[in-house]
Design a protein around this ligand. Structure first.
Ligand code: HEC
Ligand code: HEC
Length: 318
């Protein structure tokens, strides 16, 4: 840091602390001309303001904070380039890029230096590895009946999946409900595991360039008719059906979808992005692109095995 910024930071920091001190001193003086405890003659909705001083305990706390701040700034680095009396340094203080960070991690490994985070991860891995190994040997349908295994699976789900699928796994717009036995990619143990290991990407191509507004309106009517929506104009539905051939390549001739590419079933009244005319028009015009991240490296296959069992269990009692 250049000495200009160093001085700049120091002046602002120390100036603010001094400012707090002066403000406190100023507020402690009675400049109102009214005796302490007497009526200020300010009335608000029948409430009277008395000239009370700042509470003593609060003033003392404020002084302690100021002293604490000064001691802290003296001991630790903080004021620009000043290193502090204790010469404290964080372990990655000089690291300025990802490449340097990786190099430092490698250097630590070769020199046998283990920091606190690594130590905790290593400890947890050694402690829990036998448990995960044990579960990994059991098939998913069996684990899905094992209350203890499901508890672990649920915890992994809360930490890794709930931000998208919800803590109850019921999903939200754009994020599938995992409890309803309606699957984009298949609900067998193998398919669920495959989804988690490699991730998934659903690509519904935008039609706006290929089609006009009228074509889209007709197709929306046809899609609505597939799930027996009433009040549709038959002529529009028929016109839409005639144009469905290009959609059938992915969604199937009967609109029942294709789990190999995650093309949704359009006949089951379960919608990923909404089944209103407005939502469907938006889907057709601009396309959709749902991404389920891959968990192969973050969780590893053994933990995925347990989460898969948990997800599998959610739709089993229905
Ligand atoms: C960043 C958000 C996000 C996270 C985190 C996430 N998912 Fe997903 N997941 C999605 C989306 C989006 C889809 C739908 C993909 C598509 O539209 O093709 C999906 C799809 C799935 C599917 C396929 C559902 C089906 O009907 O075939 C499963 C199973 C699943 N997720 C489970 C999980 C589990 C278990 C975790 C945690 C390990 C997880 N997801 C974490 C966003 C997420
Ligand atoms: C290349 C394959 C492909 C084609 C062609 C295609 N779709 Fe799709 N469609 C998909 C996929 C995959 C999804 C799921 C997108 C996601 O998971 O984000 C989808 C999603 C949808 C949805 C959203 C369903 C919901 O539950 O919200 C509708 C509606 C839809 N498609 C209708 C159509 C219509 C109508 C056509 C013809 C104009 C069409 N699609 C053409 C692959 C296709």
């Amino acid at each position: 840091m250049s000495s200009f910024w160093s001085i700049w930071i120091s002046v602002i920091t120390l100036g603010s602390i001094l400012g707090c001190y002066l403000l406190l001193r100023w507020c402690l003086q009675n400049k109102t001309g009214v005796e302490e405890g007497d009526n200020m003659h300010h009335y608000f909705d029948g409430i009277v303001e008395l000239n009370n001083p700042l509470p003593r305990w609060w003033t003392i706390l404020f002084y302690i904070c100021i002293i604490w701040g000064l001691i802290y700034l003296a001991l630790y680095p903080g004021l620009g380039n000043y290193k502090g009396l204790w010469n404290w340094q964080s372990s990655n203080q000089s690291i300025k890029s990802l490449a340097e960070s990786r190099a430092a991690v490698e250097a630590n490994k070769t020199n046998g230096v283990i920091n606190q985070y690594d130590r905790e991860i290593q400890f947890a891995n050694e402690l829990f590895a036998p448990i995960f190994d044990g579960y990994y040997k059991q098939p998913i349908p069996e684990l899905a009946k094992d209350v203890e295994a499901l508890k672990v699976g649920q915890r992994l789900f809360s930490q890794n999946c709930s931000q998208c699928h919800g803590s109850d796994a019921r999903g939200q717009r754009g994020f599938p409900d995992l409890t309803d036995d309606d699957w984009l990619y298949g609900g067998s143990p193998e398919k669920i595991t495959e989804t988690l290991i490699n991730g998934r990407q659903g690509i519904m191509p935008a039609q706006l360039n290929a089609m006009g507004d009228k074509d889209i309106e007709e197709l929306v009517a046809y899609v609505l008719s597939l799930s027996n929506r009433p009040d549709l104009e038959q002529a529009t539905v028929d016109a839409g059906q005639a144009k469905f051939a290009s959609c059938a390549a992915c969604h199937g001739p009967d609109g029942k979808g294709n789990q190999l590419i995650g093309a949704t079933d359009l006949t089951d009244q379960i919608w990923l992005y909404g089944g209103t005319e407005k939502a469907l028009t938006e889907t057709l015009k601009y396309g959709r692109n749902g991404v389920m991240p891959a968990f192969k490296t973050t969780l590893g296959e053994k933990k995925i095995h347990l989460v898969s069992a948990y997800v599998y269990s959610l739709s089993q009692d229905k």
